[in-house]
Design a protein around this ligand. Sequence first.
Ligand code: XMP
Ligand code: MG
Length: 179
Amino acid sequence: MHNEIEKILISQEEIQEKCQEIGAQLTEEYDGRFPLVIGVLKGAMPFMGDLLKRVETHLEMDFMDVSSYNGGMKSTGEVKIVKDLDTQVEGRDLLIIEDIIDSGLTLSYLVDLFKYRKAKSIRIVTLLDKPTGRSANIKADIIGFEVPDEFVVGYGLDYEEKYRNLPYIGVLKPEVYGG
Ligand code: XMP
Ligand code: MG
């Protein structure tokens, strides 16, 4: 698996350090507020796990699976709910956790949905931001790392459902896309 990676963009150590830093910030911001933390499946799963271990105040977790991708590398532009929340969001402080913001279509759809459902506040934390890909007018409140306009895998991010279990963020060798 590792030999299919051309280069590592963000190391395991850098990711863990960043989780510590953002975790401390969230502890301060949400102390005493019992936020509802929403992980966007499947990509946010490793980041959510590592990050929330560093948040030292009470919180509730739920998950949503919203898809604008078909398993390949191109956005279809179409957002659909694969799995909805089990929790009511009305009156809650929401913290959405994402792996990457690219076009921003997924997140702008979610933010509109949660506003419609009368959330008290909505904040977004994303591990990666790819600002060059943006078509929707949306910005994360907390960004781990900015990445260039390249397709990245690892630490939750997949190519055809593979590589999510890599502990770092990297770029695939071109021949991997060929097969
Ligand atoms: P949008 O375009 O709606 O995309 O902001 C958000 C979702 O698209 C996926 N995505 C990627 N997945 N490498 C990936 O493995 C990438 O470079 C990439 N760019 C976008 C991802 O699932 C994200 O949640
Ligand atoms: Mg994906």
